[in-house]
Design a protein. Structure first.
Length: 139
């Protein structure tokens, strides 16, 4: 069984640790890296090509939403899930319009994280199959 590779991006070490603790119980997931800033997220996503990127909005150097398009260019096969304390009714549509596959509120992280990752991975697989059927190749 191949493990899904996950990159965690949050400026708070305690949040990154909490996410790690939630995912350690799932052997199908592998944490392939962590980042505490947008610039580090851009670099690490290019470097590790994760299957899923858990991206916070509030980062010290710039917004995760501002970095999202650049992350997508550098790691086009990665599904990006926004993990944020901000109001989902306002931020979810903006995140989705920028290419995020989902939005998880930090207040419901314990209950929604694994199902959101599974949904993102399923969406990734569908996108790749469609790409193959259409004769496209991602580089």
């Amino acid at each position: 069984m191949t493990q899904a590779r996950i990159l965690i991006v949050d400026d708070h070490a305690a949040v990154r640790e909490a996410i790690r603790m939630l995912l350690v119980r799932h052997p199908e997931y592998q944490i392939c890296g962590e980042a505490a800033s947008a610039q580090e997220a851009i670099y690490r996503s290019k470097e590790s090509s994760p299957d899923v990127i858990l991206l916070d909005i509030s980062l010290p150097d710039r917004s995760g939403l501002e970095a999202l398009p650049e992350i997508r260019v550098g790691s086009p096969r990665s599904s990006i899930l926004i993990v944020s304390q901000h109001d989902p009714q306002h931020m979810r549509p903006m995140a989705m319009s920028l290419g995020a596959k989902g939005f998880i509120s930090k207040t419901s992280l314990c209950h929604e994280l694994v199902s959101a990752i599974e949904t993102a991975l399923a969406s990734n697989a569908e996108d790749q199959l469609e790409s193959i059927r259409d004769g496209r190749r991602d580089s």
